[in-house]
Write a protein that binds this ligand. Structure first.
Ligand SMILES: [Zn+2]
Length: 419
């Protein structure tokens, strides 16, 4: 029995190796799959035909036949890819101005979208999970996909999420704390559901988009309505034991500083988020409580314009934001020596105003020997990266928990045999 269990483990690992190679590289010929996974040609042939029979992979023609192939003899190489019909996953993004939903196929391509505007801040915490479940049901109805064909739902939320309990522990988008969401959705729709912080999902999206660039140790910092971070350690997003890791925005910058949305004083966010910049520029940083409403883009554009014209209060706000971000990042560099720090989000529009303060703080905050190996880059504003990352993580769960094992019927038979 022990031997049987061992060989099953190897089989599952090999299936997963193949699936993950295809997720990372797209369609591959069998010989290339062998090179990427290190498996023998015989193993590749047997595992891939099993995965094709299971409906998880499919054979496809060569993606685009290069011109030289026309002169080559023999048949063009058959490529293998993930079967888009193998499964569906749903990504849900909860933020201060509403609920955004996307349905994706087995390859991660978005096939349907839905958006619901809802005042999250005053939402009834008891009814909110049901509201999200209804929105997911409406998305599936529109796409004519039965719930039974959806393997997983991933939810990304601003603020602190508990991935074990599936709750919104604390979020600037909600007045209430500890809002149960995942369990209610799971009950109503019968689909496995997990929750994570939105900046972590941004990091997942970056790895999915370019593993070579972001697959080492890197941090993505979101600057906008709040300040968030997704931390990538050795190619994996670091979620911590409860999913609440890397709350960079709520690291303390200065004790007794201005009030933050989390209820504490002097957090990085209380200097660098939209509401914090407006507060500094108005000269009321010490007295005005943080805003819990989404701030219109026009208001931020006019603040940027004022700073661009040289208005001292507005310029000072961006200098303070740069300083808080820079000292925070200096601590992160000393702690983890990431090779890359990615700045993202609508707040990066004002990077020319923020950067001088940030660079000065970095130079003051950490020794040159640690600093010089870190590359800082700004990626274009793309909130869809949160949706992309949520889809990628949901599919990774499906790969490990469903596809690696095979179709449910066969898995049940195996468990019986092992017992
Ligand atoms: Zn805070």
């Amino acid at each position: 029995m022990r031997e049987k269990a061992d060989s099953d483990l190897v089989r599952r690992q090999n299936r997963l190796l193949l699936i993950e190679a295809l997720r990372q590289h797209g369609p591959l010929a069998r010989v290339e799959l062998g090179r990427q996974t290190g498996l023998s040609p015989a193993s590749i042939t047997s595992i891939s035909s099993q995965l094709i029979a299971d409906g998880i992979l499919e054979e496809a023609g060569e993606p685009q036949a290069p011109a030289e192939n026309l002169h080559r003899r023999g048949r063009p190489l058959t490529h293998i890819d993930i079967n888009p019909k193998s499964t569906h996953v749903v990504a849900v993004k909860l933020s201060i101005d509403g609920i955004e939903l996307a349905l994706a196929d087995g390859r991660g391509q978005v096939t349907a979208r839905r958006r619901a505007r809802t005042a999250t801040y005053d939402a009834d915490p008891k009814a909110f999970g049901r509201l999200v479940a209804d929105e997911i049901a409406a998305l599936l109805a529109k796409a004519q996909v039965p719930a039974g064909r959806v393997a997983r739902i991933g939810i990304a939320v601003q603020g602190v999420a508990d991935s074990r309990l599936g709750t919104v522990v604390w979020s600037p988008a909600f007045r209430s704390r500890n809002i149960a969401v995942s369990a209610i959705i799971q009950d109503r729709l019968g689909i496995a559901c997990s929750m994570a912080n939105d900046a972590n999902m941004m990091a997942e999206g970056l790895i999915g988009a370019d593993r070579a660039r972001y697959g080492g140790t890197a941090a993505v910092v979101f600057i906008g309505y709040g300040v968030g971070m997704g931390l990538i350690v050795n190619g994996q997003v670091y979620h911590g034991p409860t999913g609440a890791a890397a709350e960079f925005g709520h690291m303390n910058h200065l004790p007794d500083g201005p009030l933050c949305r989390c209820g504490r004083r002097g957090c990085v966010e209380a200097y660098a988020a939209d509401y914090s910049l407006l507060r500094w520029a108005s000269g009321e940083a010490a007295t005005r409580p943080p805003s819990f409403n989404a701030i219109p883009e026009a208001e931020m554009l006019s603040l940027e314009a004022a700073a661009g014209r040289g208005e001292p209060m507005a310029r000072d706000a961006y200098a303070k934001a740069g300083e808080a971000l820079g000292f925070g990042l200096a601590r992160l560099i000393a702690l983890l020596t990431p090779s890359r720090i990615v700045l993202a989000g609508p707040g990066t529009r004002a990077m020319p105003l923020i950067m001088p303060g940030l660079e000065r703080a970095l130079a003051d905050g950490v020794v040159e020997e640690l600093r010089r190996n870190v590359e800082i880059e700004v990626v274009p504003i793309d909130t869809d990266m949160i949706i992309t990352g949520t889809i990628a993580l949901a599919l990774r769960h499906v790969d490990r928990e469903v596809f690696a094992h095979g179709p449910p019927a066969r898995r049940a038979r195996e468990l019986e045999e092992i017992a």
